[in-house]
Every structure is written in C-alpha cells, then in structure tokens.
Design a protein. Structure first.
Length: 191
C-alpha cells in the first residue's frame, strides 16, 4: 500500500492490526526512541500497465526445451514421449498465464502496487524492480518460468478478492475461482 509516497506492506499492517498511518507512526517513533536516524524514502508507485506488459513479454519467450536432453535418438520412444509430455505441460502453463493475465489486467481494483506485492509468490524468484522483471531459476527454466508468472497473478487475484471485503474462508475462495476460471486453473493456482 502506498501512503503519501511511502510503502507500507499490507502484511505488516495486518500483523500490527492497525491503520497504515498508525503503523508508520509506530515505526518512526520507535526509531526515534532508539536514537536512530529516521529517513523516509519514497518508493515509486508501480505502474500496472508496465508490469502487465513485462509479464506478457516474459511468458511469450520460447521455453528452450532441448530435445537431446530427453532422447538419445529418434528411435527412443520413451524419450520422445517424455519430451512431448513436458512440452504439453509447458503449453498448458502458457494458456493459464494468458487467462490469469487478462483477469488481472481487466480487474480495475488491482493496482500496480498491489501487483508488485504479489511478486512474493513462487518463493519470490520472479521479481519486479520497477523497470524490469528478473527471474532466478530454481531447477529447470523451461518448465518453471511461466509457472512463476501464474503464481504471481493468482496471488494478486486472491489478495484482491480478500480486500473486496468478502469474509470468505479458503474453501469459498477456491469455489469462486473454480467458477470463474474452471477446475483446472483453480486446482493448479488457487489451491
């Protein structure tokens, strides 16, 4: 959340059960009491359009799946089967990412700042520095980079649904997303 140009994270406010202004006052007062210098640095407000554009370009990258990592020759049926199974999974994740990207883009209540906070999903391996995306590969780039995008977008949608004032438990939230996106996307990204 951005308050007068200051970044205050919603999780911090929930942990303290207070308003953003009270949270800021608490931190500044505590720093002054400890004799620390207090500097308030304004963080730039994240631009939703820029983030969405960067995510769209990111998921369009070719996965770079290497056929030779799966097959020793064209006669290797098990290797070919594994290669094409992996390729189908990667394509399914691309489809999921496109659907979730359209949902986030069309949801007016999801701001750039809220979308920027969602980058903590997927262990924070996909990050936004205000100008560009950065991804830290876990095990195998081709199978996971689009999954990171899906996790970030699902996190933004989940948090937005919570902020709309719905007192829904997890099961009711999953039901909502199942009705909105179908069982497949709900079970992969909202479970």
């Amino acid at each position: 959340m951005n308050i007068n140009g200051l970044s205050v994270y919603p999780s911090q406010m929930q942990a303290q059960h207070c308003t953003p202004l009270a949270m800021l006052k608490h931190h500044v007062t505590g720093a002054i009491e400890r004799g620390e210098a207090v500097a308030i640095v304004a963080k730039p407000v994240a631009d939703k359009t820029a983030i969405v554009s960067a995510l769209r370009a990111f998921i369009r990258q070719r996965p770079g799946l290497e056929y030779r990592n799966y097959c020793s020759s064209y006669a290797d049926k098990a290797g070919r089967s594994a290669y094409f199974r992996e390729l189908r999974g990667i394509t399914k994740t691309l489809h999921d990412a496109k659907v979730l990207l359209v949902a986030v883009e069309s949801e007016a209540g999801i701001t750039g700042q809220a979308l920027a906070y969602a980058f903590s999903a997927y262990s924070g391996r996909l990050s936004w520095d205000g100008a560009r995306l950065d991804y830290c590969t876990g095990q195998y780039w081709p199978t996971e980079y689009r999954s990171a995008v899906c996790a970030v977008l699902a996190s933004a949608l989940w948090y937005h649904r919570r902020q709309m004032g719905n007192d829904e438990d997890g099961e009711a939230m999953r039901k909502y997303f199942r009705e909105r996106f179908g069982r497949g996307i709900q079970s992969r990204w909202f479970n």
